[in-house]
Design a protein around this ligand. Structure first.
Ligand SMILES: [Zn+2]
Length: 281
């Protein structure tokens, strides 16, 4: 009986030993500054805020690793929770919307003007042609089921997807973490990332790598809810984006994205609404 007791005590001690160093090194994931403060507590997970970066972050994934969960367990859990089949028809038109946001200046200056012009066949054709010319090699970073990847491939783009949590087995879908892929430098003309960046814990390394694999003049289009969202301003802890603290670990703002762009070599970053950001190399 005694040996069993000892094993339990040792196991608990090992857990504490594993977790303590992680807790002691809490710094902002963007600026590495130690001045981060707990702003929200959502179901036992603390969201830390860096006033210097205007960036909201939690350390759930780091703590989970410290507590001994294997990457495989994390992947299985996330895959089961994150990906349902989605609305196929809506996703099919999404590909062109994304390319419009990359290639057409009008899509950025006025959403309503762009939407109205898209109904004119000549304009619609113009931005599709422009997209085909400028962004032939595309990466969907966080592609999920790859619906947009396959749709754009049908339209003649050399589009691949990357998502360690993708349930799809296909040669054009990489199920390997970005930093392990070792893509060649300047491999892509354009990268888009839909509802993915909020799941990224290693923020700077990720943007650095995306910058490295983009050609000069290439663009990274990011869709993730930002802190400027009026829903966050009104609802705070009740905001739906904070209700998934286990996976929504990074919540950005215009300021934090500008900081990231400057730190990782992007020439500029432009914003539309509270969801879209376009990083230009
Ligand atoms: Zn910071």
């Amino acid at each position: 009986m005694f040996p069993v007791m000892e094993v339990v005590v040792e196991h608990q001690a090992a857990r504490v030993a594993l977790q303590s160093p992680v807790r002691a090194r809490r710094v902002c994931k963007i600026c590495a500054g130690p001045g981060i403060v707990v702003l929200h507590q959502i179901r036992g997970t603390a969201y830390y805020y860096c006033a210097s970066c205007d960036f909201l972050q939690n350390f759930h994934l780091e703590d989970q690793r410290g507590a001994g969960a294997t990457p495989q367990e994390e992947n299985d859990e996330a895959r089961a929770r994150l990906w349902s089949a989605g609305d196929q028809a809506a996703m099919q038109t999404k590909g062109w919307e994304i390319l419009g946001l990359m290639s057409s200046p009008l899509a950025w200056t006025s959403r309503s003007v762009h939407a109205a012009l898209k109904k004119i066949p000549a304009y619609d054709q113009w931005y599709k042609d422009r997209a085909r010319k400028k962004f032939r090699r595309l990466l969907d970073f966080g592609c999920g089921h790859g619906v947009i990847v396959f749709e754009l491939r049908k339209k003649g783009f050399d589009c691949t997807g990357l998502d360690p949590f993708s349930p799809v087995l296909d040669p054009h879908i990489y199920r390997t973490p970005l930093l392990e892929m070792r893509f060649p430098e300047e491999a892509y003309d354009g990268i888009f990332s839909i509802e993915t960046m909020e799941h990224i814990p290693n923020v700077i390394e990720t943007y650095q790598e995306l910058h490295r694999i983009l050609r000069p003049g290439g663009m990274l289009l990011v869709q993730t809810r930002r802190l400027e969202d009026p829903d966050y301003q009104n609802e705070r802890e009740q905001w739906f984006y904070l209700q998934e603290p286990a996976t929504h670990v990074s919540v950005y703002s215009e300021t934090s994205m500008r900081r990231i762009a400057a730190k990782t070599g992007f020439r500029s970053v432009r914003f539309r609404g509270v969801k879209f950001a376009r990083f230009e190399k």
